[in-house]
Design a protein around this ligand. Structure first.
Ligand code: PLP
Length: 397
């Protein structure tokens, strides 16, 4: 069977592949501690579940408008206004089956052969592949830990060519946890406006921030920047709702109409029941988010402290999200029992085999000198897993 060429350009999501390997070992009865997953270990809060149950009981089980219910769009609009001072109309909002789907729809609506899309590295694994699936070319701009993994506006400007269509910005970032301050966003916005580069602003971790850090949307900097930005968000991470599959985008009406049309010819609406649950999440009290964030904060502190204390490892202090992204490059070239640590993937393999912990190789995020560990798991497991990691690293000579 001859498959379409685009299929050959992409790989399965490496984070999902590592999760599958860890689950397969666990199914054989092997005690694996999973630092690979990108989802909160908390259960979806009860009021959100109750709203979904009520929706089923009330027979809210039919098609909705393809781009989402008006009720959910209003809840999204209210949140964007409360949190960021951004004002949108319902025809500027589209609800999709998770933020990954939102980003894919945007790529479909915006990119074509010959377009270049700028992606700061380290990046979330799906950005380059979604660009490739839509016939455009990802252009990777490397950021440095010395700059807090923040995109340097001069580097951004020098990467722009007549073919540049968009920049994909992710704050707080998966995998680094770096969050952009207003002062860091302003010069980036200036460059984007000067060259008319659309900004796809992935803000899915915007509510999971620490030490008083305040998430700022680049769209909120000026009306001109709002007109050039699509804000992407969703309920998966902030409300522990990964399985419900609700993401959304807010942006200029012509683009959002195109996204709605694409969705009406592909998936139609996201699940009606999940939409009701998302309304309850977005309109509901903030206490459960605050509880989860406080718990993530103490896990982050423990994980970063322990990683930083390991010989040969240094770890950036994340401002948001729930990942640590330590630099392990100085361990490369070391060996144990004939296994040579040649890079991040071989270190991830070694840690799975020797320490029974699952981590994701930094190479998947465009930075081979790092590995990613999710701290969306209990403090107990963090302590146990890092003890094992420390012991396994000590064996490398
Ligand atoms: C940076 C980033 N964007 C988007 C997503 C997609 O989230 P979902 O499709 O569950 O809404 C993820 C999930 O891992 C992510 O880390």
């Amino acid at each position: 069977m001859k498959l379409a060429q685009r299929v050959g350009r992409i790989q399965p999501s490496p984070t999902m592949a590592m999760a599958a390997r860890a689950k397969a070992l666990a199914a054989q009865g092997i005690d694996v501690i999973d630092f690979g997953v990108g989802e909160p270990d908390f259960d979806t809060p009860d009021p959100i579940k109750d709203a979904a149950i009520a929706a089923i009981k009330a027979g809210f089980t039919k098609y909705t408008p393809p781009s989402g219910t008006d009720e959910l769009k209003q809840a999204i609009i209210r949140r964007l206004e409360t949190d960021q001072g951004l004002r949108y109309q319902p025809n500027e909002v589209v609800v999709s089956c998770g933020a990954k789907h939102t980003l894919y729809n945007l790529a479909q609506a915006l990119f074509e052969h010959g377009d270049e899309v700028l992606i700061p590295a380290p990046y979330w694994v799906s950005y380059p592949d979604q660009v490739l699936l839509n016939d455009a070319g990802p252009v990777i701009i490397t950021t440095r830990v010395e700059d807090g993994f923040i995109l340097d506006p001069r580097q951004f400007e020098s990467a722009i060519t007549p073919r540049t269509k968009a920049l994909i910005l992710n704050s707080p970032s998966n995998p680094t946890g770096a969050g952009y301050t207003r002062g860091q966003l302003e010069p980036i916005a200036e460059v984007a406006l000067r060259h008319r580069v659309i900004v796809i602003s992935d803000e899915i971790y915007g509510q999971i921030v620490y030490d008083g850090f305040r998430h700022i949307s680049i769209a909120s900097l000026s009306p001109e920047m709002k007109a050039l930005t699509v804000v992407v968000d969703g309920v998966s991470k902030s409300y522990a709702m990964t399985g419900w599959r609700i993401g959304y985008a807010a942006g200029p009406a012509p683009l959002m109409t195109a996204v709605a049309n694409i969705q009406s010819q592909s998936t139609s609406n996201p699940a009606s029941i999940s939409q009701k649950a998302a309304v309850a999440a977005l309109n509901g009290p903030r206490a459960s988010i605050e509880r989860m964030v406080a718990e993530f904060a103490s896990r982050r502190n423990e994980m970063v402290r322990r990683l930083s204390a390991m010989p040969g490892v240094s770890c950036f202090q994340p401002q948001g999200a729930f990942y640590a992204f330590p630099n392990v490059g100085s361990l490369y070239g070391r060996r144990h029992n004939g296994t040579v640590i040649a890079g991040s993937q071989s270190l991830a393999n070694y840690l799975l085999e020797e320490a029974r912990i699952a981590v994701v190789a930094g190479a998947a995020f465009g930075d081979d000198r790092h590995i990613r560990l999710s701290y969306a798991t209990s403090l107990d497991k963090i302590r146990k897993g890092l003890d094992r990691m420390e012991a396994a690293l000590a064996k490398l000579k």
